[in-house]
Structure formats: C-alpha cells, structure tokens
Design a protein around this ligand. Structure first.
Ligand code: PMP
Length: 369
C-alpha cells in the first residue's frame, strides 16, 4: 500500500486515475501515441479537451452563460490577470478585496499595480468572536461588514485559505461581480453561480496536476481587458479560441479530465462534499477533545480541505513528523508562516487515510502527552 500523502498541493491523486494514466501512457485508445505526443489540434486531443470541459461543466453545473477557460500560469498569475481582464468593466478601474489569509493578501497586493484597489474587509487583526479572542487570519469577515464601492469593477475573495485553514462559501449577492479564488476547494462542494461571477483555480489540489489553471467566467464580463494584457492571457481571446489560442498544457488537461471522470464515478460534487465533511469532522472532533493538539481557526469557518494544527509542545514537532513519516503519513509539516502541522485532505484522500492519521496522533499523544 502507498503511504497517505497530506500535501497541500500538488497533492494526492485518486489512485485509480494514476493507474488509468499509466495504462494509457504509451498508447492512448489505440492511437499509437501518448497524449503527450499528440497535436493539440488533432481530433484525439480535441476529444480529450471537449470531454474535460463538459465533465467539469456537469460536475459544477456551470451555467451556459459562463465560459470555461483552460489556462496556464497558476493561480498566482490570476492575481495580475483578474485585474488586467476585469478592471476595465467600469471606467473608474477600481476593485475591492477581502483579505482572509495569505493567499487573498497576495492577490490584494498584486492587484495594486493595476488600478485603484482597496480593502473591502480584512481578518488580519485579532478580534472577539462569541466572546473568545480570535487570532489574525483565523476568521472570515462577515459579508455584512464588507465595504464595497458601488463603482468598483469587482470584489475579490478566496473561498479557502490553504495556509490558514479558513474556508467560507456563503457569498452575498452583490451589485458588483464577485471573483473567487477557489484553488483549494474547487470540486469539493458546489459553487453557486448565481452569486459567483468568476471562479479560478490552480488545478494542483482537487482538479488535476500543476500546469493547468481553470477560469470560469460569466461571458458578459469578457471584452473589457486592459490593452496591455498579453493575448495568451486575455480571457476573451482565450474563450473565443476554445482555450487553444496557443498550445495548452495538454497532458495536464488530460489528467484533469480523468480526475473529473473519477469524480463523476464517486457520485459527483454533492457526494464528495458529504465525504469531505465526514473526513473533516473526524479530525476536528479529535483535535477539539485533545489537550495535546489544537486548531485555532474560528469554528464556523474551519476548512474541510486544509486542517492546520499545533502541538502544545512545539519541541515535539520534528519527532512528530519523523514518526508520522515512518508510519506512512507524509507531508504533514505546516506552512512555515504558521508552523506546526497541516493535514490537507482533498477529494482524493479517503476517510481511511484520515482515520490512519487520527490513530497515529492518538498514539503519539499517549506516548508523549
Ligand atoms: N490561491 C490559493 C488559495 C492557493 O492555495 C494557492 C497555492 N497553494 C495559490 C493561490 C497560488 O497558486 P499557484 O501556485 O498555482 O500560483
């Protein structure tokens, strides 16, 4: 059996998909070619691409008035490409950002280069929630507190802060378009496209391998890009060319397509959401009753995907990681900005893997607590 991999991304793949890709590696469906060797304009790859888009649309119930773009550059490139493509929606070239963790903070900072960018709200301060003190970036600013300028082109938020472990998806219906970085919880739960106007994600957590970036954008927001926006990153041009304006990341699209088919076999996004909830509940309920470990995120916004936790005796961190790896539990080290541990339990992690982690944690606590 392979070890359990808790990496935040690139992260664990569904094993069935790895096997399928292995069997198709040298000869895809009798074509005599690996997908890597195919022309991106040939009929074989066009079929792979079209099925991947359709499966993604089916899974997320993407309405017809949204374009699905397969791009490159990762989610961080979108920190520049969102303003380059969308600030022009209104003449004032303004946008408002909600900062709820490291990733949305990066988005906010990069957007500054392109226009009049303001904070709509930030959780980057200690606050009181239900009478208990909540640390900076461990909570999510209530939508009722957001300061959105009526002449803003869009509001930007992050639905799951991969480092802080803060997840929020209860979006308000705003008068300006809502742009959501869904990199680390895409396909783990439904997206309400009556409230979300643009959703983007680096694929390398729930959707596929690194190298593919998915952008889902309402079609009437296309056509307002900054004249300096490179063609290869211009949403309107990419949409018009079916994500084939230049050579797309063909093998990543193929693998993402296999992940989408796997997810359909699991019962789709509603079924996987239930499984994700059960996995997260198992780990949080253990953390909450323990005096040895703790998670400091406000309970209402705890991530189902990325669960950071601290040992109350940080001098045991290295030993924890060494013993965990020996027990077949890999990549549990927390992000350096928060320390401690982080278990990323995306769609591909079965309940069995989370149970193995909890069993190990119990044993470690019994030996060292
Ligand atoms: N946003 C979020 C929520 C992320 O988790 C990450 C990567 N971990 C990024 C943005 C940046 O993604 P990329 O490395 O694809 O640029």
């Amino acid at each position: 059996m392979r070890p359990w991999n808790f990496s935040a991304g690139p992260s664990k793949f569904p094993e069935a998909v790895l096997h399928k890709a292995a069997t198709e590696m040298l000869d895809w469906h009798g074509s005599g070619m690996s997908v890597m060797e195919m022309s991106h304009r040939g009929k074989e790859f066009m079929q792979i691409r079209d099925e991947a888009e359709q499966d993604l649309r089916d899974l997320l119930q993407v309405p017809d008035n949204f374009a699905v773009l397969f791009m490159q550059g990762g989610a961080q490139a979108q920190n520049a490409l969102v303003p380059l493509n969308l600030l022009g929606l209104k003449p004032a070239a303004k946008a408002d950002y909600v900062v709820s963790g490291s990733w949305s903070k990066k988005s906010f900072q990069e957007a500054q280069h392109f226009g009049d960018i303001q904070l709509a709200a930030t959780s980057d301060a200690i606050t009181q929630i239900h009478g208990t003190e909540q640390g900076a970036l461990t909570w999510f600013p209530e939508p009722s507190t957001w300061q959105v300028r009526p002449d803003s082109s869009y509001v930007h938020v992050c639905s799951n802060e991969t480092i802080g472990g803060v997840e929020f998806n209860d979006w308000p219906r705003l008068d300006v378009p809502l742009v959501v970085d869904v990199s680390s919880n895409i396909l783990s739960r439904p997206i309400d496209f009556t409230k979300v106007d643009v959703a983007y994600a680096g694929a390398q957590k729930n959707a596929g391998p690194a190298g593919l970036t998915v952008v889902i954008v309402r079609k009437d927001l296309l056509g307002f890009s900054n004249p300096h926006c490179p063609n290869a990153f211009n949403y309107e041009l990419v949409a018009k060319n079916n994500s084939m304006l230049n050579t797309p990341p063909t093998y990543s699209i193929y693998l993402a397509g296999l992940v989408f088919k796997w997810l359909k076999e699991q019962g789709g996004v509603v079924a996987i959401e239930k499984a994700n909830q059960a996995k997260a509940d198992l780990l949080y309920s253990y953390l909450d009753q323990s005096d040895f470990y703790r998670n400091t995120v406000a309970k209402a916004v705890r991530s189902r995907m990325n669960i950071p936790f601290l040992l109350n005796q940080p001098q045991l961190d290295e030993l924890f990681l060494t013993e965990a790896a020996a027990a077949g539990l890999l990549q549990l080290r927390g992000h350096k900005s928060v320390g401690g541990m982080r278990a990323s339990i995306y769609n591909a992690m079965p309940l069995e893997g989370v149970q193995a982690l909890v069993d190990f944690m119990k044993g470690f606590e019994a030996r060292h607590g």
